[in-house]
Design a protein around this ligand. Sequence first.
Ligand code: ADP
Ligand code: MG
Ligand code: MG
Length: 886
Amino acid sequence: HKYVYDFAEGNKDLKDLLGGKGANLAEMTNLGLPVPPGFTITTEACKAYLATGSEPTGLAEQIAAHLEALEREMGRRLGDPQDPLLVSVRSGAKFSMPGMMETVLNVGLNDRSVVGLSAQAGGNDRFAWDSYRRLIQMFGKTVCDVPGEEFEHALDDVKRAKGTTNDLDLDADDLRGLVDAYKKIFSKHTGREFPQEPREQLDLAIRAVFESWNAERAVIYRRQERIPADLGTAVNVVAMVFGNLGADSGTGVAFTRDPASGAQGIYGDYLANAQGEDVVAGIRNTVPLQELERIDKKSYDELLDYMARLEGHYKDLCDIEFTIERGKLWMLQTRVGKRTAAAAFVIAGQLVDEGLIDLDEALHRVNGAQLAQLMFPRFKLDHEFQPVAKGIGASPGAAVGKVVFTSARAVELAAEGESVILVRRETNPDDLNGMIAAKGILTSRGGKTSHAAVVARGMGKTCVSGADELDINIPQRKFTVAGQTVTEGDVVSIDGTTGKVYLGEVPVMPSEVVQYFEGTLDPEQAGDALVQAVHRIMTHADARRRLAVRTNADTGADAARARRFGAQGIGLCRTEHMFLGDRRELVERLILAGTDAEREDALAALLPLQREDFIEIFREMDGLPVTVRLIDPPLHEFLPPLEQLAVNVAVAQERGEDVAKEEALLAAVRRMHEENPMLGLRGVRLGLVIPGLFAMQVRAIAEAAVAVTRSGGSACPEIMVPLVGAVQELETVRAEAEKIIAEVVGDSGVEVLIGTMIEVPRAALTAGQIAEAAQFFSFGTNDLTQMGWGFSRDDVEGAFFWRYLELGIFGISPFESIDREGVGRLVRIAAEEGRAARPGLKLGVCGEHGGDPESVHFFHEVGLDYVSCSPFRVPVARLEAGRAAI
Ligand code: ADP
Ligand code: MG
Ligand code: MG
């Protein structure tokens, strides 16, 4: 079994096996870019190791063979005392997980080879001891779990003794002393000496990288990003090149376009005389990449050339890690770079203009989650709000919340329902939980490529980084800025687009993209690259998609907004909302009716009100179908709660008031009490039990449709019967409804369809029979999930879903994204058997899943005609329906 690949043997399409980093190192090698030689140990070796706890047979020999070849190529032996080869041992999974797993640099250094390294560097002792102390630090922390702070403290001690805060001020002697201190820390924590044998260092580091796949923060990150837990990581062993050799050396990161806005140009950070991690960690402040032109023009020009080549090759934004060793440029990593939602749209549009990709590919490269992000509100600024600081707009959005200074506190307050802004000097992987819990992240150090920035962008969280006017004191839980002190719990507002920080709560307004959808911003005139790109890609999605997109709306206003957002009708108009407010009293009368006459009276009073509601909605949806669901919830939901009513009655009686009416109400509430109301008297059952209720609603719908049509409009009502489980239920309702419709509609030309929701599992399983009586199906996937899993939607999410997610029983709540195998299977069966019984049967879905990107793809595959979702999700569903079709 082949577990080890030389860089020359791989390519960018082998990410499953070589991980993203390894596959792209191979690709760059084969493109002829200057990549230090090395090899990749496959994810399969990692999986085998994790499964058994030991290296698979043959791995050690293959590593030895590739190491030998590397040594031959470099003309140096690993850890050789005179002239050592050093290597880095780098994690690299299929999907990028920035900073989540481990990397160890300078492997091969020991007490003897450190001298050889100095000689190799022309007698540069400082460099050699700096490299050695870094190895002990990284190795100790990563491989042997030595607490990282101990090393940091020792480093701080040395700096303090020297009277400096800059690590560049430390000389060779200081660093040699630090190596001694580090070794003591190492043996104190591990009970052994720092390993001097180079091959042992290498093997232990490889093992540690394998194991870092299951590090807690990596597990959390994967869950958040929905990366499968069983992929494993590859390990890259790469010959070291040194950015810490002096002022003519350095290290940096570069993007081929701005990952925040998508704008073309040169973006990145550079740090002279530094090694790898220093840039990302934000330890010292970096300089903008443009300055490299002044520092080292030859390397700069070369880098720009490679950047252009990589972009042309990958046909996408690339991000790059590079190191300059004494004026020689080395490429250490590239990948198709993460970007903000706005940049994703802008870049896709630009690449189409540049002829690198077509519109289908552009559509493929953006997604509904990104579009949803672009619909977040923005700050509405006036003279009242002056920023107190300006950092780097690292991840866009407008976030307002209470300041917290620790991850733990962020999690605590968020659990209480507070919006919080996590404020840190810089973040590191231990802050991940706090970042997930926070509305926004604010740091005083680090650029666009700092940990905070990269992780926040990945999560779609607002982030301002490097706001260095902030003087942050974590232990005292406060920061000072512009002469003011902000303590935990104070409210701040941060703008992740401009990088500005405001004290207090800044009001928010709709984003440009929402203004575009609303029709108040003309894309042709906007002069705004983002709005133009969104317009273009949405237009293409609309041209491509087969699924229609409708909306869930109960009012004329919602219907009108959804229509502007592109809704092609209403898929779910809930009538129960029309029974609330001051109509409650009429509903009470209906419920309390002792005689037929009383009940008919109450219904007659409700009829004109319902009719008016429908007229308004039909007008707004002129010419488009409107699916109206007959009343669904149990009637007691319209009555006051039992306990409250009982207390009121008792109190009134005490006072000697007349309580006849309240007592009747109380009796009705008692009578109607159910142990499991969701499985009780609701939906079609209600219609069959309460005479005249559905009839009144059907009449109101038909009369409204006739009224709208007679006044020159066009109403297309579809009456939907909820909670049907057996065709007989539907037949009974339908027989009565058809009589009323025939009577009301007459020769007006109005056509009213009658169909049903498929939301009870039995309905899905007998869909062939039900289709005989239904002119359309609409899948109510909320109830179908509830009844399919036996999960009470109102109870289980808070109670135990976290545990299910933790255990991996499912990766995402089945109420959020449809469970394809189970509930989805019911949908599939019903769609197939329904259409077999009634060819051309119209099929749609209403319920939260209609606006969920993953679920939209599923509904496309199953062959539904439309999805229906809340007005704000309509653009998302349009986009995803387009993506599903390409
Ligand atoms: P991550 O995935 O967290 O970015 P990397 O494996 O890319 O981790 O390595 C961490 C840092 O070390 C990066 O800045 C990288 O450029 C640098 N680095 C890795 N290997 C080498 C090497 N062989 N020579 C010099 N620097 C290296
Ligand atoms: Mg890297
Ligand atoms: Mg339902």
